[in-house]
Design a protein around this ligand. Structure first.
Ligand code: CA
Length: 255
């Protein structure tokens, strides 16, 4: 798959690095392992990862020093860094964050915690959080004011539907699997089931009214927001809600 985030693991203990790598691989990431600062630098020069997991205690150059260096380098300054540390002291945590780490994980840590923190830093660094206006056809979304309009008319969306639409508009015409949507829209909430995505997509379609057809289901793959559909023009002829169909039968029951 193309969208698997790359994670560079900088860790001198092979057993720990291997455990992290296996867990990342099982959870849709592409891990690379560097056991010292020189190897890590070579990896970074070669391919820029999406996240760096950086051990504090490394032979030679320390993780702290590496974090400072990478933050100062224009090429690597935007790559999120998660410090791995056995130190729990507040002064050490502060030093790590001061050096430019985005977050830190204290050893020993659980796989779930590690994944949640990786997803959180990825989400914070994704463009979804940048304020601005996105437009697709007659659909307009403003992240600064949290307003959505279709053909100039306001669309009322719940917070999750807003985030979902925001993501789909900024990555339009592409198919996103339920798992990818969970990662990118829900982020931290790694325990949410994939069918939750379906529920929110359904709500989003309903809220969008005529523009709901723009949210396409791609069978066996996921969802896509597209302008390659015919959006029904607005008018007084609205589709009858399904519940109205039962009306006549119900009346006969009354005696
Ligand atoms: Ca170490």
């Amino acid at each position: 798959m193309r969208n698997m985030p790359r994670v560079l693991i900088v860790e001198d203990e092979p057993a720990i690095a291997e455990l992290i790598a296996v867990n990342l691989r099982h959870n849709g990431f592409q891990p690379t392992w560097a056991m010292d600062s020189a190897t890590a630098q070579r990896e970074l020069d070669d391919v820029l990862p999406d996240v760096i997991l950086l051990d504090w205690m490394l032979p030679g150059e320390s993780g702290l020093s590496l974090a400072k260096k990478w933050r100062a380098d224009p090429r690597t300054k935007a790559v999120p860094i998660l410090m791995l540390t056995a130190r729990g002291d507040e002064s050490d945590r502060v030093a790590g964050l001061d050096a430019g780490a985005d977050d830190y994980i204290t050893k020993p840590f659980s796989t779930k915690e590690m994944l949640a923190r990786i997803r959180a830093v990825l989400r914070r660094r994704t463009p979804e959080n940048v304020d601005g206006v996105v437009e697709m056809g007659d659909l307009r979304l403003d992240t600064a004011t949290h307003r959505v309009t279709f053909q100039g008319q306001p669309v009322k969306l719940g917070p999750t539907e807003f985030k979902l639409l925001n993501f789909l508009m900024k990555h339009a015409e592409r198919v996103h699997s339920r798992g990818q949507l969970l990662d990118r829209v829900w982020g931290d909430h790694v325990f949410i089931e994939e069918r939750t995505v379906d529920v929110h997509v359904k709500r989003l379609r309903e809220a969008l009214g005529a523009a709901g057809v723009m949210v396409e289901t791609v069978r066996g793959a996921g969802y896509r927001l597209t302008t390659q559909v015919t959006v029904p023009s607005p008018g007084p002829v609205a589709e009858a809600p399904a519940s109205n169909a039962k009306g006549s039968g119900g009346e006969e029951q009354r005696a």
